[in-house]
Design a protein around this ligand. Structure first.
Ligand SMILES: [Zn+2]
Length: 337
């Protein structure tokens, strides 16, 4: 579907035999039309940075609205998703029935990680997508604008997800096409990002297939202006970890194992997160099917989510294990029926 003005123009193109009447062709062509109206990347960056100096929320507000107005986020399509909240013992869970983006099979994602990309741009997250004209296998992105950001000593870009699942669903992508990895630097990067945009949260998908995201070949994070149920879920237990006394450690009441770190000392939180990651990576408990490796293949990793909370740093660490078995080929600990 297209906005009425674009639909009119596309119908005319089809009638005159200028394009084939297929969704992919129409999508490529409507993006080309929008491109004629788009500000240059440098102009978008300049406006964003000017607003950022004055008010950070104003900057993201401008950029988000532009990403919708440019039809980069095809709002008419994402509005078709069926979204509701359902009360549970863990809080009000957000449920989305996704009708706008095809979901991938976790087994295909695992295969894709091993595939060497020969296309240009290398993947859907590469910065080279900005302005790309597209083809049958790759969406047109002439209406796409990305914002350069520097944090934790590295170069990143901010963009929104074309398939927004929640308010201002953004993607933070590495300037380089480099694989997803959960390590100390990930915690530094996530906390560095939320320092830059304190009204946004930022999380990383895990770096192993089954429990990870749909693109493992390009390092990226997800963020946004939204409060998910896990952020406000009740605390079950409080801990103190020796040597990290400035950091509050909690266990969150959640269907998965979540450790929450909170404090003012960013370095200490990063140190403790790294310590927990190292311990978890080598942790096994056969009685509950957790094996940290089989045949040399690692299975344990973490899904981290960072946010600023009342001026303090907060980092949630979700412990993940990606083992599969015959009964659960999509993952023993992955949501399944
Ligand atoms: Zn890439």
């Amino acid at each position: 579907t297209e906005t009425p003005i674009l639909k009119n123009m596309l119908d005319y193109e089809v009638e005159k035999g200028m394009i084939e009447n297929k969704t992919t062709k129409r999508n490529l062509f409507d993006t080309k039309i929008i491109n004629a109206l788009m500000p240059r990347p440098s102009e978008v960056i300049k406006t964003f940075n000017e607003k950022y100096k004055n008010n950070k929320e104003e900057a993201t507000d401008y950029y988000y609205k532009m990403s919708i107005a440019s039809n980069y986020i095809r709002k008419d399509r994402t509005d078709k998703n069926i979204v509701w909240k359902t009360p549970t013992e863990y809080g009000d869970l957000d449920i989305t029935i996704n009708l706008s983006k095809p979901e991938k099979d976790p087994r295909d994602i695992a295969k894709a990680k091993l595939m060497k990309s020969t296309s240009y741009p290398k993947c859907l997250l590469c910065k080279q997508n900005e302005g790309f004209r597209g083809n049958i296998n790759h969406p047109a992105r002439q209406n796409h604008r990305i914002i350069p950001m520097e944090f934790a000593g590295e170069n990143w870009f901010l963009q929104y997800s074309p398939y927004v699942y929640y308010n201002e669903h953004c993607i933070i992508l590495n300037a380089k096409h480099t694989p997803m990895k959960i390590y100390r630097k990930t915690f530094e990067n996530l906390l560095g990002f939320v320092e830059k945009l304190p009204h946004y949260f930022a999380g990383s998908n895990a770096d192993l297939p089954i429990v990870g995201g749909s693109i493992l070949s390009h390092d990226h994070y997800q963020g946004g202006h939204y409060t998910f149920a896990m952020e406000v879920a009740p605390i079950e237990e409080t801990f103190e970890v020796k040597g990290y006394e400035n950091t509050k450690v909690y266990r969150v009441k959640w269907p998965m194992s979540v450790i929450r770190l909170n404090g003012e000392n960013k370095e200490e939180i990063i140190d403790l997160a790294e310590h927990i990651l190292d311990k978890w990576k080598n942790y096994s408990d056969e009685s509950v099917e957790i094996l940290h490796e089989t045949d040399g293949e690692p299975h344990n990793t973490i899904t981290p989510i960072a946010r600023m909370k009342n001026g303090k740093y907060e980092l949630d660490l979700v412990l993940r294990n990606n083992r599969t078995n015959e009964a659960h080929p999509m993952g023993i600990f992955h949501p399944h029926s």
